[in-house]
Design a protein around this ligand. Sequence first.
Ligand code: SF4
Length: 486
Amino acid sequence: MLYIVIPEEFRSGAEELIKLFFPRNGYKFIEKTDILDPNDIFISLDINDENDKHEIKICLKHEDEILYSESACIEKKDECNRIRSQAKVLLYNCLSHYTGKKLPWGALTGIRPAKIVRSLLNMGLTSDEAYRKLTDYYKLSENKARLTVEVALNEMGFLKNAEKKVSVYIGIPFCTSRCIYCSFPSVEMSKFGNLVSDYLEALHKEMQWVAQWIRDRNLEIDTVYIGGGTPTAISESHLDYLLNSVVSVLPLENIREFTVEAGRPDTLNFEKLNIIRNAGVTRISINPQTMQEKTLKLIGRNHTASQVFEAFGMARALGFRNINCDLIAGLPDENERDFEETLARIGELSPDSVTVHTLSVKRASRLINEMEIIRQTDDETVNSMVETAGFFLRSMGMHPYYLYRQKNILANLENVGYAKPGCEGIYNILIMEEVQTILALGAGASTKIVYPEENRVERVFNVKNVEQYIRRIDEMIQRKIKLLDT
Ligand code: SF4
């Protein structure tokens, strides 16, 4: 057992990192070392005030012998976040020394690594200097540092003047079945399909308020993203009503992108795709996740690989020129060969962009309860799958353009969006980089208001429960008013 003494206010951030070294416990936080046995081994992290500086010191001790120690100074005028970040780096170095382990993302546990690079570039560092900061200070592996810098550079062009506009997210929380790994606020059509009409009416009301708010401030909408759930799980007439609402209510004159997640291929037909196309949607996503039939069954997706091909064929015939595919590396019971076969079939589909997710086992998912009976992919295999995907997609003429990480992601890896030049998902970049206000509508949607001058983001959430959302729609609007108008 490793004992850890860390000031209370740094514990939650530190624990994220510690868990990556000790996924099955093996550590314990304590208040003071005087309760320890002489044989116990412990890490202590202290922050001391010294004139105009904070001195952060870490020490690994066993039987009065110092096995490792390191310290750093942060000027008092620096933000609290700098102290946290420096403390994490020292903790990473100490844990890495103690365990002999190196993590691909080093001391970084945050969701948005490219945001760090962007701020370094904005401070005047060159991309080489930013790369070295990632490898030398944050201790990222060379591969991850290179990827992060590349993504940050590819994003730049899409972020110019983005803060002057807003984007709109619309959530349709209905699906045909529940995927084993799902933690999104979505409900099954077979049980809750009767709520769709009322849901769309409530959404229409929220949309009208948002449209007025945008017009009153002479703002423009930059991108619209309809996600879920699976927006195409609803009927043709409901989909038509939804898209008519969007097009007639929101000021869409100058949008750069209009996306509909047409996620499950089994929810698509010619009529629905035609409705989407006629509404002026510029980008859709048809998501196989895997092309292995056995895995599709295991993870609870009610479709086959051949349905992905059919849906793609219909979408191309209707003229869609920007189609994304989502894939997941590390799905239960899959090996490298399975994943390579999936990639080869994706190559046959020839999508315009592919988002490669690494499986993340969330607490709200069914998967977490079935971990004992389902074979999990080991870290080395997942790592190799993710690397192979990168090589393969680059060979298809794509480049990485957005990147994010999640908690409980296998092998502590990442999710990366690859796209052919000109087919990048702009909304994806905006949501990750937090440079633009995103007004989010629907059950479980979270609105993000960005204050660029203050480097501040505020959030307001809609209730997740679909029935509650319908019943409390006026309250959801009031919540937005309260935050947006203060
Ligand atoms: S399609 Fe998406 S939202 Fe629906 S159950 Fe699967 S993961 Fe969840």
